[in-house]
Design a protein around this ligand. Structure first.
Ligand SMILES: Cc1ncc(COP(=O)(O)O)c(C=O)c1O
Length: 404
C-alpha cells in the first residue's frame, strides 16, 4: 500500500472519534460544545498539536498547499516579491509563491537534500522578502545558518514542514524556528487525515491573518462582531469535523510513530554501513522524522546500476519533487503568458541547478515509513515491518551494492 506512517496505523481509535461526529451529525468546525452534538474536534486538534510542537497558535486547514498560502498571505507577500525556495521540493512550495503573484527563486540543495545555506545570499536582491526552507524527506534544514541570513537581510522565514510533521532541529520542532510553519496531513505524511494541513506560529497577528485568510477574513474562531472587524480578504480552506476527528487521534499517535520509525530506520541503516561506493545523505539533526533512508552513491553510474537491479529509480528521475520535472514552470520564454508569474522576467530551465542535479542523480530513497513511488521510495520497509522483514531488505540492498 502506498502512503505514509499515519495511514498504516489508522484504526479503531480514529473510527471511534469519527463515529462521535457522525452520530452527532455536526460536521462544521464551528459550534458550541455540547449544543446540537457539536464536538469541537478541529479546535481540539489545534490546541493539542500546538502544545505538542511548541506553537502558541495553530490553524487547521484543508491541505499543506493551503497552509503555505496562509503563511504567504499572512506575511503580506505579493506582487513581484521574491521568495527563495529549493529546487528539490514538491511543486506546491513553488506554486503557492506564484499564486501570490510573487516570484519563486530556485536555490541549490546540499548533500542533506535540503536548501544549501551557503548558496542563499547570492540569490538575494532588493525584491527578496522571504526564504522558504523545506524540511525535505523529514530532514530538518540547517536552520541556524538560514535564520542568521534571514536576520542579516531582514527576510521572513516560512518553514515548509509538510514532509516533516514532528521533526525537530536542536530541540525545537520544525515550524517553530522561522516566522511560520506550514504542515501537510495528506496520505503520504507522518500523520494523516487523507488530505489536510495546519499552520503554526508564535505571533498573534500572523495567526489572526492566517486564520482570516483560511476563513474569508474572519477573526480566529469567528469570535466577536465580524462585520466591520475583518482585516484580510480570505478564501475557504477550513478543516471539517470529520478530518478533525482523525487529526486528533493521529496527533496523539505522533510520538509513537516517530519512535517506531527511528528504531526501524536505525536497524536498517546499521546493516548498510561501510558498503563500497555508497553512503547516506547528511542528516542535519537527529530529530529528523526517519520516514526515509537516502542512499548517496559516489557516482551516478553506480546509482543507476543499483536502481536497475533494485527495480527503483534515482531521485532525479523519480518524478514530481525535482524542478527538472516541473513542466509547469520550465522553458517559458517569459512569464508574460503564464499567469500568475507575469510580473517576473525570471525564467526556469532544466539543469539550472548543477549541484542539485549531481546530488539527485546519485541519490536513491528507500522507504522507512513513507512508501511513495513519486518520491522514488516505492521499495523498502514500512512502519509495520517486522525485524525479519527489515533484515531481509538490508540483505537485498547489501547484495546488490556488493554486486556492482
Ligand atoms: C514539501 C511539500 N510541500 C507542500 C506539500 C503540499 O501538501 P498538500 O498535498 O497537503 O497540499 C507537499 C505535499 O506533498 C510537500 O511534500
Amino acid at each position: 500500500m502506498a502512503g505514509g506512517p499515519g495511514s498504516y496505523v489508522f484504526g479503531a481509535e480514529e473510527k471511534k472519534e469519527l463515529m462521535d461526529v457522525i452520530e452527532a451529525g455536526a460536521l462544521f468546525r464551528y459550534g458550541t460544545p455540547g449544543v446540537d452534538g457539536f464536538q469541537g474536534k478541529v479546535a481540539t486538534f489545534e490546541k493539542e498539536i500546538a502544545a505538542r510542537l511548541g506553537h502558541a497558535h495553530v490553524v487547521a486547514t484543508s491541505s499543506g498547499t493551503g497552509s503555505l498560502m496562509c503563511c504567504l498571505a499572512a506575511l503580506g507577500i505579493g506582487m513581484g516579491d521574491e521568495v527563495i525556495v529549493p529546487g528539490y521540493t514538491f511543486i506546491a512550495s513553488i506554486s503557492t509563491i506564484a499564486m501570490m503573484n510573487a516570484v519563486p527563486v530556485l536555490a541549490e540543495i546540499d548533500d542533506s537534500l535540503t536548501i544549501d545555506p551557503t548558496k542563499i545570499e547570492a540569490l538575494i536582491t532588493p525584491r527578496t522578502k522571504a526564504i522558504m526552507p523545506v524540511h525535505m524527506l523529514g530532514n530538518p534544514c540547517k536552520m541556524d545558518q538560514i535564520m542568521e541570513i534571514a536576520k542579516k537581510h531582514n527576510l521572513y522565514v516560512i518553514e515548509d514542514c509538510c514532509q516533516a510533521v514532528g521533526a525537530s532541529y536542536k530541540g525545537k520542532c520544525c515550524g517553530t524556528i522561522g516566522d511560520m510553519g506550514a504542515y501537510s496531513l495528506n496520505v503520504f505524511k507522518t500523520i494523516t487525515t487523507g488530505d489536510g494541513g495546519f499552520v503554526g506560529t508564535s505571533d498573534p497577528d500572523l495567526y489572526e491573518r492566517a486564520f482570516g485568510y483560511h476563513d474569508q477574513g474572519h477573526k480566529p474562531s469567528r469570535t466577536g462582531v465580524e462585520v466591520g472587524n475583518r482585516s484580510i480578504v480570505g478564501v475557504n480552506m477550513r478543516m471539517n469535523e470529520l478530518s478533525g476527528a482523525v487529526a486528533v487521534v493521529q496527533g496523539r499517535k505522533l510520538p509513537n510513530i516517530l519512535k517506531t520509525l527511528r528504531e526501524k530506520k536505525a536497524l536498517l541503516k546499521a546493516q548498510l554501513q561501510d558498503l563500497p561506493g555508497v553512503g547516506f545523505r547528511t542528516i542535519n539533526d537527529e530529530g529528523e522524522c526517519a520516514t526515509l533512508l537516502t542512499l548517496l552513491f559516489d557516482t551516478k553510474e553506480k546509482a543507476a546500476a543499483f536502481c536497475a537491479k533494485a527495480g527503483t529509480s534515482v531521485i532525479a528521475r523519480s518524478g514530481w519533487h525535482v524542478y527538472n520535472n516541473m513542466e509547469q514552470i520550465l522553458d517559458k520564454k517569459t512569464w508574460t503568458d503564464a499567469h500568475p508569474f507575469r510580473q517576473s522576467e525570471r525564467t526556469y530551465q532544466k539543469h539550472m541547478l548543477p549541484a542539485t542535479d549531481d546530488i539527485l542523480e546519485r541519490a536513491v530513497n528507500i522507504s522507512i515509513g513513507v512508501v511513495d513511488k513519486g518520491l522514488g521510495a516505492g521499495t523498502g520497509i514500512n512502519i509495520n515491518s517486522t525485524v525479519d522483514e527489515i533484515n531481509q531488505v538490508a540483505k537485498n540492498i547489501r547484495e546488490i551494492v556488493l554486486s556492482l
